[in-house]
Design a protein around this ligand. Structure first.
Ligand SMILES: NC(=O)c1ccc[n+]([C@@H]2O[C@H](COP(=O)([O-])OP(=O)(O)OC[C@H]3O[C@@H](n4cnc5c(N)ncnc54)[C@H](O)[C@@H]3O)[C@@H](O)[C@H]2O)c1
Length: 334
């Protein structure tokens, strides 16, 4: 297979390396708005570089991977689909709700598959808890805790265009919540705070966020996020029911130190970034994309799925700004 990859920054260069180890991928061609960057990364990874994204999309490709900044996704997705190329696009689909809805409408009847990059759907822990929740092993759930706590903040320039902590960071928790439970969020009550670098407030964002969500079966969900977690990269999902409780992320890298005497769990080392925490999931995700591109499986995460996660993030932002619970039906849908 000949795969084109657009945007070789933090995640794009990482995806290029991961893809180069996926069975069946014979050729990877990189492109970036900065052609020199594409050449440097291609040289490092022994791949090819195209002069620019348009040239790449105009060439013969079996699949296209979009890993450029969020606000460029919609145009590149449209170009990939218009050229008939099965396309993988990093989350989120677009920077705004209206653009996401527009794209979901445009693509809903398209025969060209589009796979959106929510890699937690390929993590073995999340798959196990999904099975436990859906089979009734945990009974009926009273509460779920879901968090994404990054160890260190991304650069200020990334925060400026990220869309805010709920759309950029907790959107992963919102997607996986739907994937694990099979239920939809009906309301969100969210807040946030800034105690770190001043650029978060300057861009209207927060460095730490929290939300209480209610699902359509009355399960309560406590969601949190931060860009400053000294204990390590902490991604957890805890489902608690009347028959049992199960957690994703409760392993030897658990980024909390026990205050109890004589407890030496966790043994460590802690995770330090999403790339290292989710490497096997990213590998499985990109392998699945090659199957999508070959027409062997349907998209495991569609634009319509990504829209629903984005709507939850949107409700959280609105709630944070207005200081009130927001019903999901207040947020535009397809
Ligand atoms: N799934 C995940 O876990 C995950 C993790 C990190 C980032 N992301 C997503 O990936 C995307 C990229 O994030 P990043 O942290 O790698 O950003 P980044 O800023 O590090 O890299 C972006 C790259 O895209 C290039 N670029 C800019 N405009 C372009 C254009 N119009 N066409 C082609 N290339 C262009 C830049 O030169 C840069 O090399 C974001 O949408 C982000 O939300 C997803």
């Amino acid at each position: 297979m000949r795969i084109g990859l657009v945007g070789v920054g933090r995640i794009g260069a990482f995806h290029a390396r991961t893809l180069s180890e996926v069975d069946g991928v014979d050729e990877i061609v990189l492109a970036d708005a900065d052609p020199e960057r594409a050449r440097v990364v291609a040289k490092e990874l022994d791949l090819q570089a195209a002069p620019d994204p348009d040239d790449l999309i105009g060439s013969e490709l079996d699949g296209l991977v979009i890993a450029s900044p969020t606000q460029t996704h919609a145009a590149l997705l449209r170009a990939g689909v218009a050229a008939g190329i099965p396309t993988f696009c990093e989350k989120p689909v677009a920077g705004t709700l209206s653009d996401t809805i527009e794209l979901a409408r445009e693509l809903q009847d398209s025969a060209v598959p589009v796979h959106i990059g929510f890699q937690r759907r390929f993590d073995t822990g999340y798959r196990r808890i999904r099975e436990a929740v859906r089979s009734g092993e945990l009974g009926w759930l009273h509460s779920i805790r879901a968090n994404t706590h990054d160890q260190d903040p991304p650069p200020a320039g990334y925060i400026q265009t990220s869309g805010g902590i709920f759309r950029d960071c907790n959107v992963h928790d919102f997607d996986i919540l739907r994937f694990v439970t099979g239920h939809e969020v009906v309301s969100a009550y969210a807040t946030g705070a800034n105690k770190g670098e001043p650029f978060f407030a300057e861009y209207g964002d927060v460095d730490t966020g929290a939300a209480i969500l209610t699902l359509d079966d009355d399960t309560l969900v406590f969601v949190s996020s931060t860009r400053y977690n000294g204990g390590g990269h902490d991604v957890r999902f805890e489902a608690m029911g009347d028959k049992g409780a199960m957690a994703v992320g409760l392993d030897s890298s658990f980024p909390l130190t026990s205050a109890e005497e004589g407890v030496d769990f966790p043994s460590g080392p802690q995770h330090w970034s999403f790339m290292e925490r989710f490497l096997p999931a990213y590998r499985a995700e990109l392998t699945a994309f090659t199957q999508v591109a070959r027409g062997e499986i349907p998209s495991p995460c569609t634009v319509a799925d990504a829209l629903q996660a984005f709507r939850i993030a949107e409700a959280c932002e609105l709630s944070r700004h207005e200081g009130r619970p927001v019903r999901l039906d207040e947020v535009d849908d397809l």
